[in-house]
Design a protein. Structure first.
Length: 313
């Protein structure tokens, strides 16, 4: 098993290399020139050419790729074109807010989505089941920005239960940080919660029809014991997979959520960098996020090995 884990870890290296080159290429073929933005409206052609040379944008594309990958291998993600700060510093300043928001949203989604799916499968065809399915369909269909504005109006403006916007770092108080992140995390988690509930219901329905589950009920075991210890355990593989995939949904949704709630995270940093054509920042953030997603998929593969008794290495 250890050899298989090491093999999968080694396989992430070419994946990250392809991601790095693809991101670099896509950014440099999109319209827009950071030199033009820096030079201003009244700059001459010579001014723009001088700025491009200073930024290294006048070099051939292949040369730029090789230089950037060489910097990444050395742990240098480059320097922001506009702020002049190292990209790693900018990411370090923003990673706490995005990381805590994503984990909080994931915790909400799993703790609420899985029980909803289990109960819906157990009460198949009931009003409770139909209510969960309506929530699953409507929740996955709602735009994040619209849902965020609705929650802000109801829980922040009308009821005054939570702050409207902003973020408090954890060093100023853990519970203050949680208070500011509750509405954003709820906004981000509802869509993923609906997906988990629907997948859990579908997986549980397949398991509940098995003979060993009917036998457990016939022996008089408590329903919660049968559902949790027998059914949910054997229905967990698809649920684990969807949870792993869901991290991509949460990270992508964090871009919009942080903009709605004015949270200074990686999402806001990416949006600002895109507007300014700050290539090093965009490349650095996307590379880090891609690496996290690859590692999450690796964790999911390992959990498959641990949860599925049919797999042996």
């Amino acid at each position: 098993m250890i050899a298989e884990i090491l093999r999968r870890l080694a396989a992430t290296i070419p994946v990250m290399a392809v991601v790095a080159v693809a991101v670099f290429a896509l950014l440099h073929v999109t319209p827009g020139d950071p030199a033009v933005i820096i030079a201003g409206d009244y700059a001459t052609t010579d001014d723009i050419a001088r700025i491009r040379g200073k930024l290294g944008l006048d070099k051939p594309f292949v040369t730029q790729v090789v230089i950037w990958i060489g910097q990444v291998v050395r742990g240098d993600l480059g320097t922001s074109i506009f702020s002049g700060l190292p990209v790693s510093t900018l990411i370090g300043q923003r990673v706490e807010a995005t990381g805590l928001l994503t984990l909080y949203a994931m915790l909400m989604s799993v703790l609420l989505g899985v029980p909803l799916g289990v109960v819906a499968a157990w009460k198949r065809g009931s009003l409770l089941d139909r209510g969960v399915m309506i929530f699953a369909v409507s929740g996955f269909s709602m735009p994040v920005f619209w849902l965020g504005f609705v929650l802000v109006y109801v829980f922040a403006i009308s009821l005054g239960w939570f702050p409207v916007q902003g973020y408090v770092p954890m060093k100023q108080g853990f519970w203050r940080a949680i208070e500011h992140l509750t509405l954003p995390a709820l906004t981000l988690s509802l869509i993923f919660m609906a997906l988990i509930a629907r997948m859990t219901r579908a997986s549980m329905l397949g398991v509940l029809s098995e003979d060993y589950v009917r036998t457990a009920f016939a022996k008089g075991l408590a329903p919660h014991r049968v559902l949790l210890r027998h059914a949910l355990k054997n229905a967990s593989l698809p649920i684990v997979t969807i949870i792993g995939i869901g991290f991509a949904l949460l990270i992508g949704g964090a871009v919009v959520t942080e903009s709605v709630f004015a949270i200074p995270g990686l999402g806001r940093l990416t949006v600002d960098a895109i507007i300014r054509r700050d290539y090093p920042v965009i490349q650095g953030v996307i590379l880090i996020v891609s690496g996290v997603y690859v590692l999450i998929n690796l964790v999911v593969d390992i959990l498959y090995v641990l949860l599925d008794p049919r797999i042996r290495y």
